[in-house]
Design a protein around this ligand. Structure first.
Ligand SMILES: NC(=O)c1ccc[n+]([C@@H]2O[C@H](COP(=O)([O-])OP(=O)(O)OC[C@H]3O[C@@H](n4cnc5c(N)ncnc54)[C@H](OP(=O)(O)O)[C@@H]3O)[C@@H](O)[C@H]2O)c1
Length: 434
């Protein structure tokens, strides 16, 4: 299928794949250990490792326990049941490179509210205390690392023996197939979409659940919640709420429409999102910093504004595509390029590229508020330690790489039309000017 090509040179691809496969799992454990047991200080963890060597590292790696497996299994089963059984409108995804059009049930917002209300309700009525999740976090990550790896092997085998649609295939290289995935839209049965589960209902949902967990843990530990933790939790929840509000739009983005279900995306959503994306909140549990009402308020407002702009960029593009360009963008008819392309089956199709509104300011402008939003939910941690900022830095690198991957993909899809688009909307340092 068309997306099998790799963006970087084969050597860079192999090096980055192998390093991610081998370095990400220990990194998740070291980050958790540093946040929870080493005061968020990289120097302290480094000192420990220098003194105790490899054996010391193995000693801090928690073994997956029965409690951890139970928490993961109950959570995963609950989310899978909500995905399958909650009512929702039927929506169609974008047409795939081989001409398929996946159909989804848009019940993400309902699943999100049911999950949060259930979780808070379990705590409120004394049935389950979320601090148990925090207290077993290392074991949970350890179990997720192993479980998700096995799950990716299952995806690889399924892609070979029982693909769900013609949007699948092998690159001929086992490592690339495992890493980038075999299938674009793997399903169990007709209705259970695996990428919706891994990316949205497990990964993104765990972000909100863990943000609440950290907040509740600080409350149970100190009898109150610091304003830094409140700002962090509210901004993360606003971001995840925005995500589920717009979930059907997410099904049109690169993660779902272009990236196949392999280690890169699925392991990332099952392990990296719950651990790394939530890490600023994990840090704040043991650092109840007081910002003061005024500073807390300014950070909160700045963060909400960034999340709103990021949402509005995505909304603008989606609305523009949905109405086939017959919409209003910033009070005017949108300016656009009509780009034609050829599908893998040889059919000629056309797409519209928006060149006004947010999308006229600069290419991939929407990544700027995305990064700034993450900065604002991290900055309540102030600047005593570097580690809480790891997510913002990682996100910046990820989005730069994504912009390049997307440019390369669009150049090969649209050819001269993409060249024209790049001339009209270049990368700009000051949006709209140069
Ligand atoms: N926190 C995270 O880890 C993270 C990671 C990634 C993304 N995100 C967020 O997720 C959202 C979606 O981002 P995304 O990276 O998936 O990319 P996206 O910008 O939603 O999708 C890119 C696709 O949009 C189409 N496109 C490009 N330029 C266009 C234009 N001018 N007009 C109309 N369509 C155009 C192209 O697809 P066609 O083939 O359809 O033309 C392109 O492949 C963003 O808000 C982003 O910030 C978050």
């Amino acid at each position: 299928m068309a997306e099998a090509k790799t963006v970087h040179s084969p050597l860079v691809t192999y090096i980055s794949m192998l390093s991610l496969l081998t370095l990400c799992p220990p990194f998740v454990i070291l980050l958790w250990y540093t946040m929870v047991h080493a005061d968020g200080s990289i120097a302290q963890t480094f000192d420990y490792l220098r003194q105790h060597g490899l054996q010391g590292f193995l000693n801090i790696w928690p073994r997956p326990t029965a409690v951890a497996w139970k928490i993961i299994a109950v959570y995963a089963a609950f989310e899978a049941a909500l995905q399958l059984y909650l009512p929702g409108k039927t929506v169609k995804g974008p047409i795939s490179p081989t001409g398929n059009q996946p159909v989804y049930k848009a019940n993400g917002m309902a699943a999100y509210f049911v999950t949060l209300i259930t979780y808070i309700g379990l705590w409120w009525f004394g049935i389950f205390n979320p601090t148990i999740v925090y207290d077993h976090l290392g074991e949970i990550y350890s179990a997720l690392i192993v479980g998700s790896f096995i799950f990716c092997i299952f995806l690889y085998i399924k892609g070979h023996v029982a693909p769900s649609s013609t949007d699948s295939g092998s690159s001929g290289n086992i490592i690339i197939d495992f890493y980038w995935g075999m299938e674009l839209y793997p399903r169990i049965g007709k209705n259970f979409d695996i990428k919706v589960f891994t990316n949205c209902r497990f990964g993104m949902m765990s972000w909100a659940v863990l943000a609440l967990t950290y907040c509740i843990k600080q409350y149970e530990q100190n009898g109150k919640v610091a304003d830094s933790m409140l700002v962090n939790t509210i901004l993360m929840l606003v971001y995840v709420t925005k995500f589920f509000w717009w979930e059907a739009g997410y099904w049109n983005t690169m993660d779902i429409a272009h990236d196949r279900a392999g280690f890169y995306i699925c392991w990332g959503c099952l392990v990296w999102v719950p651990s790394i994306y939530t890490s600023p909140g994990m840090y704040l549990v043991n650092h109840p910093i007081n910002l003061g009402t005024q500073l807390a308020f300014y950070i909160l407002v700045a963060g909400i504004l960034c999340i709103y702009i990021n949402y509005d960029c995505d909304r603008q593009r989606q609305e523009f595509r949905r109405t086939n360009g017959k919409c209003i963008v910033w009070g005017k008819a949108p300016s656009k390029i009509v780009a034609t392309y050829t599908t893998t089956s040889g059919e000629t199709k056309s797409s519209l590229l928006l060149t006004s509104g947010w999308w006229g300011l600069s290419r991939h402008f929407h990544y700027v508020p995305e990064i700034l939003g993450a900065f604002f939910w991290t900055v309540p941690a102030l600047f005593n330690h570097f580690l809480p900022y790891f997510y913002v830095i990682f996100l910046t690198i990820l989005l730069f790489d994504r912009a390049k991957r997307d440019d390369d993909r669009c150049r090969s899809k649209y050819g001269k039309y993409w060249k024209l688009y790049c001339e009209r909307v270049p990368y700009r340092i000051i949006p709209g000017i140069y």
